[in-house]
Design a protein around this ligand. Sequence first.
Ligand code: NG1
Ligand code: ZN
Length: 542
Amino acid sequence: IDYLKSTFNSLASNPISSSETFVYGTSGFRMHNEKLDIPLFATCLITFLRTLYCGEFIGIMITASHNPPQDNGFKTIEPKGEMLPQSWEKYVTSIANSVKEDQFDTFLNTFFVIASEALKDVDIYNKDIKIIVGRDTRESSYRLVTFCKQFFNSVVKIFQKSVNFIDYGVVTTPQLHFIVRKHTLLKQSNKYDLPKEYFNEFFQPFINILNKSTHSKFKKLYIDCANGVGAVQLNQLKESFKNKTDKLEIELINTDYKDFSKLNVDCGADFVKTNQKLPQGVSPALAMNPENLFCSLDGDADRIIFYALDENSNFCLLDGDRMATLIGEYFIKKTPKNFWEDIKLGIVQTAYANGNSTSYITEELKLDVKCAKTGVKNLHHDAVENFDVGIYFEANGHGTVIFNDLFITKLKQENLTELSLFVNLINQAVGDAITDMFVIVAILIHLDINAKTWFSKYTDLPNRLVKCVVPDRTQFKTFDFERQLSKPEGLQDSINQIVSAPNSSKKTRSFVRASGTEDVVRIYAESSSMESVDAVITEVLK
Ligand code: NG1
Ligand code: ZN
């Protein structure tokens, strides 16, 4: 209690965070690092309860992904690599907001009420506390890990429990998901050599595919590491790459993770997707050469975007929609016609997916498509629920493929060797920029096409995504997978009128939703011309 009290006192009196309302959202807590002490304390407390509840390792990943360098954040990882269940998100949100109240007794009461509700019917006495932490390269990340370490050391003393606290240092978010899952499945309590385990699992199969290939359409892969953790991890991979294959050359760009101020600045997946332009370090001449392939990771390497320039210097964005459709096409091409008669292949997208990608999936690929709410957690859930092989991607490049035993059995029965090798590249646990990169490159190799041919599969509808600062974004309530607003009242009617204006194209679409990661609402519009997109955006903004 003394420890909780002294920690509480130092946090509650902090004027920087006391005016904040904390929400554990789709990506955990995320904000300016100086405001994060209370959310971190709450995250440690919830992780403590969660490890007692599960009796297994729980992970804490310290990262703010694509956000600017001064931000940071955390999310917890479940024993098998999933995200915190929704029912527990409200617990951690309440704990964080109760610290702000400035009354230790109120906080303690909130915590005990939550603890007894969360842990009711659970025998916690024979369970140890097992925590795994990892962090991205941000300047503030080390300070936050140190807080976690102190917290769990103190917990040992308070609760007289044994604590197994494993710090994996600087790792990508998907690597931490992977290792938490591995500890759980193999009942391992000692620290692994994480990069080695991870690369053994996914990199060796990729090398095998490369070395068997006879592809001819591209020679070099440029990877923009956003000056973040991707650079740390891929540097190690690059070295062994050279020794294992001569089928593809790899060049890393934007690798300066030691200069904290450069993270995600003018580079990285979010920059490329949002601005639809080349990142720092890629010249137009380089990008026009069809023998080069380009991709950008985000700050914690869970998202990836590919791109190229065509012969007229037009920017060709190969985003999450393009990856999902390419993977779908690949599964269809590499299986006999009757393969999908008794198992289901489909794609899950969000409202941000380009309308023409959705038409391509249903009309050309003739696959089932589902729309999920923003946040990979929702897409993952829908893919598992609806499909035996479910491909899911957010347009921003975050996603993966999941498949079940029915598919694996069939794959073996049909003796489809190429596809069997290919599925080893997939990290089913979570969207992962590095494994997605292997997946896409392997497909391009197997289909023997380059970025330009991939881009020519369909044409995106012109579109724009803008942010709008509002006094209170919690007033914006949606339905229909976030494609329509129920509140503020009347706003949806106005959007409908704008979209269906007399000279508007049938393909015009626009929707508004509150961001879960920034204090803004997002406005998206697409139409048959950029002029019409901008006209819609202007009207909706008004
Ligand atoms: P919000 O801020 O809720 O729109 C953004 C992305 C999501 C997802 C999360 C988590 C868009 C439009 N939204 O969510 O797709 O990636 O961040 O990082 O890209
Ligand atoms: Zn990310």
